[in-house]
Design a protein around this ligand. Sequence first.
Ligand code: NAP
Length: 310
Amino acid sequence: MTANILFAAKPDRWTTYEAPLRRALDATGVAYDLRTDFPPEEVHYIVYAPNSAVQDFTPYTRLKAVLNLWAGVENITGNETLTVPLARMVDHGLTQGMVEWVTGHTLRYHLGMDADILGQDGTWRKHVPPLAADRKVTVLGLGELGRACAETLVSLGFDVTGWSRSAKEIPGIRCLHGAEGLPKALATAEILILLLPDTPATENTLNADTLARLPRGACLINPGRGTLIDDDALLAALDSGQVGHATLDVFRVEPLPAEHPYWTHPNVTVTPHIASETRPDTASQVIAENVRRGEAGEPFLHLVDRKLGY
Ligand code: NAP
């Protein structure tokens, strides 16, 4: 039987994805038809971006799975018309991109690069950064991305604590979990990295109470989701010096509105949701493998737990 695969995303994505998807699907040996348009009742798989035109899955009566192009699924998990398995994107190109971005911004804070670059006023001002072993970094979220970032920081010698929902044991990382683990994870975080998903349970993980638990002057890096932070509480913590600097890649409203105080705050770096992108070549292999599995009756990879929301 031919697997009918609907590509449901903005038209520019089709231009980027069509060739790598066909290459990856060809390599599986599965008979398939890949298009941007099908009668809904003929579709078996939807390769999906949540901002596509498909929002009501009810007419897709033969659907076997929705294969999300993105890692974050917060815009789909609440869709009650979706009753088939939902797989999210776990792509080693995306993971590598996040590791590089997080490592770069961590090193910026650790080495005090801003003082070197901005302080070039003719004064021989010498500041020697500590070694990584003397720098405590905490990563909130030890999933695909958080764990890879934490392990890379360990390999550079950083003193790394990680925090997740369930208990973990990861060599070289002090792993904490659950509500009781969070205050401990924050207490030592000279540099704090947020790689949690956007779920009802993670909203405002950083608020006035939790920000107050950080060491004074801590630096914050958020490539997770904007909803993880109470923005007013962060601005107050930045103004008081409780938080020394924040690098924010994701926001409650994107693009970040021009009048938002983050743009002009001297201790905030704004980046436009570029920490890491799904990479078409590697992501297409993940999607093709899930189609192959679906056709072979094997379990899908990277399924989302709709109750937990990630
Ligand atoms: P993931 O594999 O699902 O990992 C999520 C991690 O968060 C897991 O360790 C999970 O704990 C933990 N977690 C979830 N709910 C929690 C809670 N209530 N309390 C404590 N820990 C909790 O996700 P991922 O692939 O690493 O991606 C993380 C997020 O990064 C995505 O959801 C997306 O929002 C964001 N992202 C951003 C970009 C960008 O360009 N800025 C790109 C890709 C992804 P368990 O391990 O115990 O389940």
